[in-house]
Design a protein around this ligand. Structure first.
Ligand code: HEM
Length: 505
């Protein structure tokens, strides 16, 4: 009789078999993670399980520039659990955003976006669907009412004098202009959204600015749970820190909303939040759409408008002042045009837009050259689709690499250099819609605040140029002002800098 338990060689064989089988299964599973979906765009193979994670070791737009050369204008890769597609070149990006607008109108589901927006309740990360459509429409109506034309002009004309006082305090001293720009935009957005004005140095305003900056710095390249969803159950410090920032920002906004709800009277709409409350009350009266207009949804819509309105315009103007300091000859030409057309006795108005082509072209060039959102916000396919013969399954994350459009040597004369002439036609007028320029995106997900931002930027930029000159800090003339924060998922943001702001006579 064979003593099974006592036969150590048999136990060893069994152990070996199990180990080999497990090894084969593990390797097969690992290799299986690399199998590309059928007809998926070409791209880097990556490693088993992690995909191309370790190749993403620089700013995405830089890495993608290399991959375009290897794989062409449409490529795909895997990041952890997720397949991603990157679209490059204006024709392909527009084909997706405009010709297949619904197919590419989704946002990727990701654990971080979910916890950051209480379950995708905001507009920017909201899933393409009825709730999102309703809030976008409300956002549009609100911005048209309170953020364009005369309303915007009035707001700025009362804010500029306050700003002048702030700038005067910095005379003769090096200054980081970011706070000054944020204070201005914060004041304007607070009035639009909540009907409130703040003192320029209100501690709440300064805290909001600081929180946003700190949060952007902390986000870095993103969150591990967006690469492997299982990691959402593993606690780690960065998530807690960002959660803390988000909660504080929310608290600050709730504080600004104050007693709006208690004091709201149907039909009396004096700011954006009252407009949202009006829609909510109407829905209650009609007993429709109530679940889409919960207090939480309203909070997220106002947070999106308030935060996006301040941050993006601040970052763009921060680039603008850095570039005007780096290129004094361009700045002088902008000033001369403003002096000739507007003079020094009145502030710029929206109607000046057509008469200041060089200033306008300079601002567009700032938007191109800075490309603060180089891959827009990530999109996702809402259904299985094909683009230029490649299959892109439903739910795939799609990055629209507008940086590749803005720096495409096939489309621009001298893309690597800051050159306002890129936006001037031969007749000296501003070029109408250059084909390779989409700083606000296009189609269903186009920036909600595009018109507001363009007006804001024009009025604020020309006011700064009309009233001030900028120079480098004495002794630091050789230091560049356009260094970017490396590897930031928050966009192409500048490393903080200081300049001298000098009042013009
Ligand atoms: C220089 C200023 C601005 C730039 C460069 C900018 C750029 C962008 C970009 C690239 C997107 C993503 C588009 C996409 O995913 O396809 C976006 C979305 C958005 N922007 Fe702006 N933006 C600016 C100002 C504003 C302002 C002033 C507001 C509001 C007052 C605003 C509100 C939004 C919102 C709510 C979205 C999300 C839209 C959606 O997902 O449906 N933005 N913006």
């Amino acid at each position: 009789m064979i003593d099974l338990l006592g036969d150590s060689s048999l136990v060893q064989v069994n152990g070996l078999t199990i180990t080999v089988t497990l090894g084969v299964v593990a390797i097969s599973l690992a290799l299986w993670t690399m199998v590309r979906p059928r007809n998926f765009p070409p791209g880097p193979r990556g490693l088993p399980i992690v995909g191309s994670l370790f190749s993403l070791n620089d700013n995405l737009e830089k890495i993608f520039t290399g991959w375009i050369k290897q794989y062409g204008d449409i490529f795909g890769f895997k990041l952890g659990e997720h397949w991603m597609v990157v679209l490059n070149h204006q024709e392909i990006i527009k084909e997706a955003l405009l010709k297949q607008s619904v197919q590419f109108a989704g946002r990727p589901r990701s654990p971080s976006a979910e916890w950051m927006t209480d379950g995708y309740k905001d507009i920017a990360f909201g899933m393409y669907g009825e709730t999102w459509k309703l809030h976008r429409k409300l956002g549009h109506t609100s911005l048209r009412h309170f953020a364009t034309g005369e309303a915007l002009q009035k707001l700025l004309s009362t804010t500029f004098p306050k700003l002048e006082v702030e700038v005067a305090k910095t005379a003769g001293k090096p200054v980081d202009p970011k706070n000054i720009i944020s204070l201005l935009l914060n004041n304007v957005l607070s009035e639009m959204c909540f009907g409130k004005r703040f003192e320029m140095h209100d501690p709440k305003v300064l805290e909001f600015i600081k929180l946003n900056d700190e949060m952007n710095a902390e986000i870095g390249m993103g969150f591990p749970e967006d690469v492997f969803s299982i990691l959402q159950y593993v606690p780690y410090k960065k998530r807690d820190i960002i959660r803390g920032f988000m909660n504080k920002i929310k608290e600050l906004v709730i504080e600004q909303i104050g007693d709006h709800k208690e004091t709201h009277t149907q039909g009396e709409v004096t700011d954006i939040y009252h407009l949202l409350l009006d829609a909510q009350e109407k829905a209650m009266a009609e007993d429709s759409n109530m679940e889409k207009l919960s207090d939480e949804h309203l909070l997220w819509t106002i947070m999106d408008i308030f935060s996006a309105g301040i941050q993006t315009s601040t970052d763009t103007l921060y680039w603008a002042l850095a570039l005007m300091t780096e290129h004094p000859e361009i700045a002088d030409r902008v000033r001369k045009e403003i002096d000739d057309v507007i003079g020094g006795d009145r502030i710029p108005v929206i109607e000046d837009r057509g008469s200041l082509p060089y200033a306008e072209a300079t601002l567009y060039e700032v938007l191109r050259y800075s490309s603060i959102a180089p891959i827009l916000l990530p999109h996702a396919t809402t259904c299985d689709t094909t683009l230029r013969g490649h299959a892109i399954p439903k739910g795939t994350t799609v990055m629209m690499n507008v940086y590749s459009m803005h720096f495409d040597p096939r489309e621009w004369k001298d893309p690597e250099n800051f050159c306002p002439e890129h936006f001037l036609a031969e007749n000296g007028k501003v070029r109408d819609h250059p084909p390779s320029f989409l700083p606000f995106g296009a189609g269903r997900r186009v920036c909600l605040g595009e018109a507001v931002a363009k007006a804001d930027l024009f009025l604020i930029f020309t006011w700064f140029m009309q009233n001030y000159t900028f120079s480098k800090v004495p002794g630091k003339e050789s230091e560049s002002l356009t260094n970017m924060i490396p590897m930031s998922a928050a966009g192409r943001l500048l490393v903080p800098y200081e300049i001298m702001i000098n009042k013009r006579e």
